[in-house]
Design a binder for this molecule. Structure first.
Ligand code: 13P
Length: 275
């Protein structure tokens, strides 16, 4: 069984940055930044990334980066609703996977998550589960509104399902926030008290640094960031094309890597500071 590396983070009160990636240059840029700051890193494939890159390729790339950099780099499958793909990713050797049954009725989510946790654990893979609805869009899981995680259900779900990490909905949302994000720290406090596993904060993009630090100090052990990284990458590509003559494109990858490095650093500073 793979060691639950987030348990160490929980006991030592820090968090791992967990970033959505779609390209190898994003992966390298994140590893460079994490290595410079001396912190471990999780690289996440969405379902579409796992499909187009291929789950085996994704695992091999992450393993190669883990060997190449002096930090731990882990692979994770994010927000998976397709059980067949999830099993393929487990068999391919992902370090952890997330089954997202949050849009299903509680009993059904619990039943599927429990059976997947047995499958994961027999193969040494860690499982993330979720209860409550996080507003915004993440692959096929979309919602206009949040439904906060219910502490009674959360306690039961974590105990019965056997998940290794647990994603909470406490006012966080996917994508850029409209207005100032408002995390409900009183709810987080109760969830930390009642759920013994490491908790995960999705929707990291745009959450102020002081709120991320506070959430980590209270017990968040994994912070997911996607939109800001993708956006930095695409904006850099756009501005590169605006400032370079057609054909003068030799160093574009350097630009893209630098943009991803800068965008991720603001988040990574919080993870290091919380140690
Ligand atoms: P953001 O895109 O809002 O950063 O959220 C990413 C996420 O939570 C992936 O699971």
């Amino acid at each position: 069984m793979m060691e639950n590396y987030l348990l160490r983070a929980k006991h030592e009160n820090y968090a791992l940055g967990s970033f959505n990636v779609n390209t190898y240059d994003e992966m390298v840029a994140l590893c460079e930044t994490a290595a410079r700051l001396g912190q471990p890193l999780i690289l996440m494939a969405s379902m579409s990334c796992a499909r187009f890159m291929g789950e085996k390729t994704f695992v091999k790339l992450v393993q190669a980066l883990n060997d190449a950099y002096p930090i731990d780099v882990y692979s994770h499958l994010d927000h998976c609703t397709d059980q067949e793909l999830l099993l393929r990713c487990i068999d391919a050797g992902f370090d952890s996977v997330m089954f997202d049954g949050s849009h299903r009725p509680f009993a059904e989510n619990l039943q599927i998550t429990s059976s997947l946790s047995a499958y994961c654990h027999e193969r040494g893979v860690l499982l993330e589960g979720e209860l409550g609805v996080i507003a915004g869009e993440e692959g096929p899981v979309k919602s206009k509104f949040s439904e906060f995680t219910d502490p009674d259900q959360a306690e039961c779900f974590v105990r019965e399902s056997g998940v290794d990490f647990f994603a909470v909905s406490i006012g966080n949302a996917h994508g850029f926030y409209k207005g100032e994000p408002k995390l409900h720290f009183d709810l987080l406090e109760e969830l930390v008290r009642r759920c013994p596993v490491p908790l995960v904060l999705h929707g990291g993009t745009g959450i102020p640094q002081e709120d991320i630090r506070r959430a980590i100090a209270m017990g968040i052990c994994k912070v997911n960031v996607g939109t800001e990284i993708r956006s930095a990458y695409v904006s850099a590509l756009y501005s590169y094309t605006q400032t370079h003559e057609k054909g003068d494109v030799r160093d574009f990858v350097k630009y893209l890597r630098a943009a991803v490095g800068t965008a991720s650093e603001r988040y990574m500073e919080c993870f290091a500071a919380a140690k």
